[in-house]
Design a protein around this ligand. Sequence first.
Ligand SMILES: [Zn+2]
Length: 304
Amino acid sequence: MSRFATVLVCLLAFAGLGQSLTPGWASTEPCADPHGSRGAEPYAPTSAQIAEMQADLEMRRRVRGAAGQVGADEFITVPLWIHLLGDGVRGATTQSALRQVEVLNAAYGGRLGGADTRVRFRLEGVNRVVNKVWFRDPLGNETAMKTALRKGGQDTLNLYIAQLSELVLGYATYPHWYARSPKLDGVVIDWRTLPGGALKNFDRGYTGVHEIGHWLGLLHTFENGCAEPGDHVADTPAAGQATEGCPARKDTCKTIPGDDPIHNFMDYSHDRCMTEFTTGQGVRMREMWQQYRVPAAEPLEISA
Ligand SMILES: [Zn+2]
């Protein structure tokens, strides 16, 4: 079969028009996956929104002082609710969702490489939901789905596992949005990105790791390209553009020390290429947690 024909069959299957996937995992799905890249992320912030995010963080630093900081050795534990959507035929198994949680704790604990971010996740429960409409178009039905399902307060990570598309693997809201849209707070990922999932190159659960990084306030390592302030984390080398695939090495900012951080979870590399967070990313996530997520942190009124 030609590559084009293979891709077409796969697209039909993904659209529900071709060969049906079996319930639960479809790891035997014969399709070559059409994904070459992570594609676009809905809600990816614009430069203006990133500037707003930083201004809000800096305002909080001024107002809260030491109360907004987390000790260098201190751990944070994120309560996690998983909403496992299905349409009655397709959808991830509870077992694969549990494996996703294991991957989160391994990645954030530095057990796959890189630094221990001192961020951990504690599963509160798995909420299985059969809803064809929400499963097949979580983005288009976002308000209804999240309003009905979201659990917990500002510290609770709600992870919705449904079906996105071949162009979108996942998306997240950012910490400072919580005060304005608490019901929409959370992360949505495609069920086929879970560990052992059907999306070739994106089947180790690192889409969840990446999107939750955004939920905890991380930006892409290629944010701002080679220009300062990059991703607002000092120990991630600058990158001029996102990484596709898994190159041996890449250096898009020749005048700045350091190769592109192609193994960082906040790049766009294939899952097999991703291994690490940095110490600085851990510090940023834990500060964001302290400023925006801990229940004791009353939302501050933001004045211009
Ligand atoms: Zn991203």
